[in-house]
Design a protein around this ligand. Structure first.
Ligand code: PXL
Length: 285
């Protein structure tokens, strides 16, 4: 599993709370992928459940960083964006995608902005419309049900879901323009939870469900999307990568249940990295 691939991860750094770059960098690196980072802001913690956090905005550094990389003629095998703090940052990421996207790489957009029927702190509902513009440019998007509903203008409904509803939402997301969709938080009953994948090119829909674990930890969306990105860069097909990412995220949650009950502290992904690496070795691509 030495891919010699290079990803560019564009997220904030939340100093404490294990999400965004503090998750993306170690996980994608563990997948054997060089990970360049563009930090969009530095916070003391993420905004989910903490108050009084610091916020150092780095918007004005984003374009100059991209320009410097262009001058070095750097190439990326994946561009992976996550939490973005403003309309302006979304516009800048669009310009970065235009600069670095080729036929041979992919843009993975995680529209990390909402969960459980609500936008994250600091975001207004119209932010979802702007994020939908970025998702339109993506090869792969990884929304949860709240993000999916808000971007498509559907009303958010809590689960359990029917297959008809999941496939309706996948179709609405496909109409935004991305080639592949991985919808997270899919469950049809109280036993299993996972994701649904739609490849709009093949028209194939796949489900990856695993036994539900108690504990809804912060940052699991980032954990999942980062593992998905790393697995895709190891040459896995979307449904294989989604399976690896689902199992990895479940493994992280299982470990966390034994360690900390504070859901704001994120998941204990570190101990699960060797297992992720072993799983990728099995595919041997
Ligand atoms: O993707 C989660 C996330 C990332 N970064 C920041 C956040 C959150 C979720 O609340 O606040 C700053």
């Amino acid at each position: 599993m030495q891919t010699a691939k290079r990803a560019l991860a564009i997220h904030d750094i939340s100093g404490f709370g294990k999400c965004s770059l503090t998750v993306a960098l170690p996980i994608i690196s563990a997948c054997g992928v060089e990970t360049a980072v563009m930090p969009t802001a530095v916070l003391s913690t993420h905004t989910g459940g903490f108050t009084g956090y610091t916020w150092r905005d780095l918007t004005s550094d984003m374009r100059p960083m991209a320009d410097h990389w262009k001058s070095l003629d750097l190439k990326f095998d994946a561009i992976y964006s996550g939490y973005l703090g403003s309309f302006e940052q979304i516009e800048i990421v669009k310009s970065i995608v235009k600069d670095f996207k080729t036929e041979n790489n992919f843009f993975l957009c995680d529209p990390a902005m909402a969960d459980h029927g609500k936008m994250y702190a600091l975001f207004s509902p119209d932010f979802a419309k702007k994020m939908a513009e970025l998702c339109a440019m993506a090869d792969i998007i990884v929304p949860n049900f709240t993000e999916a509903a808000f971007m498509t203008g559907e009303e958010y409904i809590p689960g359990p879901y029917s297959k008809e509803y999941v496939e309706h939402l996948l179709k609405k997301l496909a109409e935004l323009g991305p080639k592949k969709i991985v919808l997270t938080g899919v469950y049809f009953d109280e036993n299993e939870l996972g994701c649904a994948c739609l490849d709009t090119v093949s028209g194939e829909t796949d489900y990856c469900l695993r036994p539900i674990l108690r504990g809804v930890y912060h940052g699991t969306g980032d954990t999942f999307a980062s593992a998905l990105c790393g697995a895709l860069l190891n040459g896995l097909e979307l449904k294989e990568a989604a399976k690896i990412a689902t199992e990895f995220t479940c493994g992280c949650i299982r470990r966390t249940l034994e360690i900390t009950p504070d859901v704001r502290y994120g998941v204990a992904f570190e101990g699960e990295l060797p297992h992720l690496m072993q799983e990728l070795e099995k595919y041997g691509k």
